[in-house]
Design a protein around this ligand. Sequence first.
Ligand SMILES: [Zn+2]
Length: 584
Amino acid sequence: MQKSGYVFERLFVLVIAAVFMCPVVHMTAFAGDISTELEAPPIPPSEQYVYHNYSFMKDVMYEIEFQFPEITKIYDIGDAWEKTQGIADRDILAMKISDNVLVDEDEPEVLILALHHAREWVNHEIAIEFIRNITSAYGNNTRLSWLVDNREIWIVPMVNPDGLDYSLEFDSAWRKNRRLNYDNISYGVDLNRNYNGSENGDALGAWGGAGTSDDPTSDIYCGEYAFSEPETQAIRDLAYAHDFQVELDFHSSGDWVMWPWGYSANLTPDDDSLVAIGNRLAAINGYTAAQSFDMYATTGDSLDWLYGGPRVYPFLFETGSVFQPDRAVEVWAIIDENMPAIWEGIEIAGDRDLKAFDISHTPLLTRPYSASGFPIDAVVTAERGVDTGAVSVTYRVDGGPWSTLPTDRPGDNDTYEAVIPSQSAGSFVEYYIVAHDLSGVEKMSPLYAPYDIHSFTVTAVSGPPVADAGVDQESLLGETIYFDGLGSTDDVGVVNYTWTFVYDGVTQTLYGPTPEFTFMIDGVYDVALTVLDGEGSQDSDSMVVTVSSVPIPEFGAFAMAMSVVALAMFVSGSAIFRRRRRGV
Ligand SMILES: [Zn+2]
């Protein structure tokens, strides 16, 4: 959790900006939306409000989708009730967050819902901040980046946008949606009593029972029939269109984490898993874990239906101690305490039954050079059994492309081995291990690979070579130069000689201890020799070749001979001159 503090620090500026923008957003966004159904003019919100309305949430979502198109996509999954009547324009907006976001990949899916109940204002703030947090952390934070890559996260930050805007502007105690009920007087259905029941998995069971009312003026009015409301229909259709493993549902208040059933004290068939996950989430946010029924009996809520219908493992968070904590600092404390619990819930979706699955591997920081490569051993065990053909090692060298190797089981036991091919001394090798159990659950070592990674540096066993490029040489145009690198030494033998120099604007490369080259352009050439030993250790040396277009004068017999010739030419030349003058 150390890194979360860093993320929040960076988001602090955004927070401050959002807090100060908020009243302005409210005033401008509401005038057109709700005034049609009001007799009295809207009352401006209190200055201390930090809460954001539907319009603000929508702006934030589209801004983030624009900023992070690779990992976010907004889906309009239905209209809120007032839009179905043409009296407002609020949609039920969902955002998918994942890598390859436009593709439905084979990754565990998670659903996050917030704000079924209009007055529980802190909860869409949690959802919005979660979206901001995980998108801005992508590529910066190890765990959050891994979650984006390995999960498909769906968030509906505002299940009840009509109700929220009404609650923010006119009646802070408002809980339901804004349907005009059949009595033509009262408004609103309690959306979290309008799901179908799912008594013991019976899709028609227990709607409109305990914890509900059929009085349309009641705060817990369950509607005329299950899924009568466009808001709950949108969530129902989304849930059936996907394979959500885990759902997190944000309400207020009381600091609880709850799981089904809510209609009965009976335990679900998956009670062990629900209790284990509920306890784990509650340990993170510091809330109290309980079966929903132990709080109060309810029927027709999302918790029971998501479990009984599409078989999601749902968890309801009752955040904070009041519906509307009135100071920014309290809201942010609630967001802060719940963010790591959300991350944990998303991670748990990878194996919601929390079966034991371990990859035990001891990484080494250095490995001596080996011509036969580097064995990577791991002990892999899984409660459901290891898919023995699906354990692999993925590696790369010096930041190059990734390659994946299958593993063997040399002892026919739990130890799996792959051999990374030999690499030269000084190479930096990064790798991670991936395993699957027999139910298809994936496990990595390190846990959040490749954002976390095992690595080693290949060290030399013998000493490095010493290059010797030989002495500087001089030549005339057209003469052949014989290079001499035979003075180079190594304790296990030089295996490669590479000579380079720039000739006519192009780098020439020659190989071998004694290559030759004929220079047809004069000049001074800097020649570099690099030698490699059998481990890939290397050394370099250089020499200079000077190529001249004219003979080089020397003091000696040649110079003397030239002087004699010049003197003779001078003498005979004078004679000719004299002869010519005489002739004139
Ligand atoms: Zn609620």
